[in-house]
Design a protein. Structure first.
Lengths: 211, 265
């Protein structure tokens, strides 16, 4: 059983990765606010359309496609909300300027880590399974990514800002992206100043990809 | 080896381990925390939105899974990292080059099906009767119509799909009120907790693979399963590690969150 444990752990880790990929599936904001599940469905279709664009069929992914995905991502995610929640109680310890830099840098880290691999998911299918409205401004949408070998639950948490639903957290197999990074940042901030933390983040964002 | 574990002395050791975990791990703080976050959710609507303080995000001493042996754990983590990169991964890659994916998926399914007793017994111990029924039905369908579990025909039955999450002894202990204790990174086996480690002992006795004789065959099968599993997940570990600012902390948190989620299901 020990192996099973390890395996499911790795599995859950991989989910975290897939979840972000899926996240970038949002669509341009409609003039009227639809229900969260419907919105995510629409955006997810747009992501698939971009990924499967026949004009790039013979390539893994092009810069052009990545640009489009990046723009979509910035429409469906609230990176400000995501950043604030990622730092949690450490957030007010950053100066206004540092906060702004964090909101700029952190999404870049996410894009770098997840967007570059999104093409690996181009053949997988996504099924949106459930929508829970917690309050007038909080909702959760559950989905299932089906791959050849497994089904991965991916949940999106949304918050309504200025009448539009935006994603602020993604959970892959129950592992919250925001919480995972928060645990890392609080460890870093225990031993480093906000300025040093930003420097670590900058370096991470600017490191060349190995792959 | 099997005989060794089968004797009375070992049972005694297991029982004393259990009482040890009870002693260390009983206060389930995580429960209190999750109910607090539910209340926070309700109260939050009227309050001025300060997103960074929502949903328990404010709880600062972050490590909700205690990690008193972090220096040792970090060494083990580094060891496992090298073990994966320089041993498991190359073997997995070679294996994947020889056997096509459908074959490897079949092998994966076979071992999953074989571990049915682990899931069934723990369903029962947690009084999850419907789940136990689903597991049993799936096991019978997959064994009889799926070539001893190589295929998963049960997944075509809507009542049985998606398959319920795998129950194990660690979760049973959690359901009974034992807290996770503290974080442990075992060499080779990877991330665990005190509770998870005791659970693994229980799982060991429930896994049919560990009753295979002779012992060499059992070892071979275990290793084969591990390699097969790695071959189906090449790149996942690397991606996660690459995405992390502090991989050790990232994996610890992912382990904790994932086990919490399984426990809640």
């Amino acid at each position: 059983m020990k192996k099973a444990n390890k395996k499911s752990f790795l599995k859950s880790c991989s989910l975290l990765f897939i979840l972000i990929a899926l996240c970038f599936s949002l669509a341009p904001a409609p003039s009227w606010a639809g229900e969260p599940l419907q919105i995510l469905k629409t955006y997810s279709q747009k992501v698939i359309d971009i990924l499967q664009d026949p004009q790039y069929a013979d390539q893994k992914i092009t810069e052009n496609q990545l640009d489009k995905l990046r723009k979509l991502g910035r429409k469906i995610f609230s990176f400000e909300q995501l950043s604030m929640r990622t730092l949690g109680r450490n957030w007010p310890k950053l100066s206004k300027k540092q906060q702004e830099e964090f909101i700029d840098l952190f999404p870049k880290l996410l894009e770098k880590n997840y967007l570059g691999k999104i093409h690996e998911y181009k053949q997988e299918s996504v099924e949106f399974t459930q929508e829970t409205i917690f309050s007038s401004r909080k909702a959760e949408v559950k989905s299932l990514i089906k791959t050849q070998s497994k089904q991965v639950p991916v949940d999106y948490r949304l918050v309504k800002i200025n009448g539009e639903w935006k994603i602020y957290d993604v959970l892959v197999e129950g592992v919250s992206l925001v919480q995972n990074y928060r645990s890392q940042f609080s460890e870093i901030l225990m031993n480093n100043s906000p300025q040093e933390m930003l420097q670590i983040l900058r370096e991470k964002v600017n490191t060349e990809d190995k792959g | 080896m099997f005989r060794l574990f089968n004797n009375f002395k070992t049972l005694l050791v297991f029982c004393s381990l259990l009482s040890l975990i009870a002693f260390f791990a009983l206060p389930t703080e995580s429960r209190a925390e999750s109910s607090a976050s539910v209340q926070g959710e309700a109260a939050e609507e009227e309050a001025t939105p300060k997103p960074w303080e929502e949903e328990g995000y404010a709880t600062l001493p972050e490590p909700r899974l205690a990690d008193p042996f972090q220096p040792v754990n970090r060494v083990m983590f580094a060891f496992n990292d090298k073990l994966y990169l320089y041993v498991l991964k190359p073997i997995g890659q070679g294996y994947a080059a020889v056997f096509p994916q459908p074959v490897r998926l079949g092998v994966d399914n076979f071992f999953y099906n074989l571990r049915y007793p682990v899931r069934f017994v723990n369903d029962i111990l947690q009084a999850k009767i419907v789940r136990a029924g689903k597991e049993t039905t799936s096991f019978l369908l997959n064994t009889i119509f799926g070539f001893a579990g190589l295929l998963k025909p049960a997944q075509e039955v809507s009542w049985l799909s998606p398959a319920p999450s795998e129950e194990d002894t660690g979760q049973t202990l959690g359901t009974w009120g034992f807290g996770p204790g503290f974080y442990i990174v075992w060499p080779v086996l990877g991330p665990s907790s005190l509770r998870g480690s005791v659970g693994k002992v229980g799982d060991y006795f429930l896994d049919p693979l560990n009753y295979v004789e002779p012992y060499n065959l059992q070892i071979g099968l275990s290793a084969g399963e591990r390699v097969n599993s790695v071959s189906l997940r090449l790149g996942e570990y690397e991606d996660l590690k690459e995405a992390a600012l502090d991989p050790y902390v990232a994996f610890k948190d992912a382990y904790y969150q994932y086990r919490q989620k399984l426990l809640e299901e």
